[in-house]
Ligand binder design. Sequence first.
Ligand code: FE
Length: 338
Amino acid sequence: MKSTFKLAILATTLTLSANAMASEVNVYSARKEALIKPLLDQFTQESGIKVNLVTGKADALLKRLKSEGANTPADLFITTDAGRLHRAKEADVLQPISSETLNAAIPSNYRDPEGFWHGLSVRARVITYIKDKVDPKKLTSYEDLADSQWKGRICIRGSGNIYNQSLVASMIEANGEAITQDWANGFVANFARSPKGGDRDQVKAAAAGVCDIAIINTYYLGAMINGKDDAQKAAAAKVALFWPNQGDRGAHVNISGAGVTKAAKHKAEAIKLLEFLANEKSQEWYASVNHEYPVRAGVEWSDTLKAWGTFNADTLNLSVLGKNNPTAVRLMDKAGWK
Ligand code: FE
């Protein structure tokens, strides 16, 4: 009796110390705190694993991961755009993981084929147009935006932006480099102005009469429609969303996602957190709070997304966006895309 009691105490002590050692996970997130913190808190409540969150700009966090190397406290790196996740993989700061749960939850085109990163939400880069000025029947594809009918009518941000680089990378994969170079030359010639600002600024410029078409990520329109800024709301009300390339490969999509760091000291916890972020409840919240699409099939869409309707998305494995990134950057530069 006495020895059984002792053993029980010993077992409890061992379990406790194992928990104490393994009960935290450190996250570097390029996503804003408001987009991620409530989920992390929920994770802690359910798992007992404490989450230490550091937020910052994507490129700065990657730089930090590189300079910290094996000494980084980070276990998980969360950022947007497959192109950036690919850069992190190439920079040798991530490690491959394998999880049946993640494989079942996330379609294979939204995760790295070798398991270095996994997508957690989906966004599309779409054509928005001024309802009074553009007949949507004239719109078809990204390719068509190089046609002279759009001369002086297009607003889009600069070529330094990863979203544009990834869009061009997807076109290189679909059409080849030479055709995409020709396209970029014609597309840039149709710009209404030298690129400046972010995606929202393109919609604002269109609403102000600078251009008729603005190329943007879907969630920016969602944020403008649902936000508190009256000027943004008014600008967003003037545009409609057009789903490009529905007659062929589908609209260009990208992800926000995450990868376990190469130096992770809490690898099991980091995988557990990833699996939590991919579960149905998290997916619904995580996508809707930033007006994104859940990466997981069968998860309810927000009302804003429902209003935009269903669409065909390019099924390209998004690791290709990273692979084609250097070619895309060179090609955009050659086209004079500022
Ligand atoms: Fe963004």
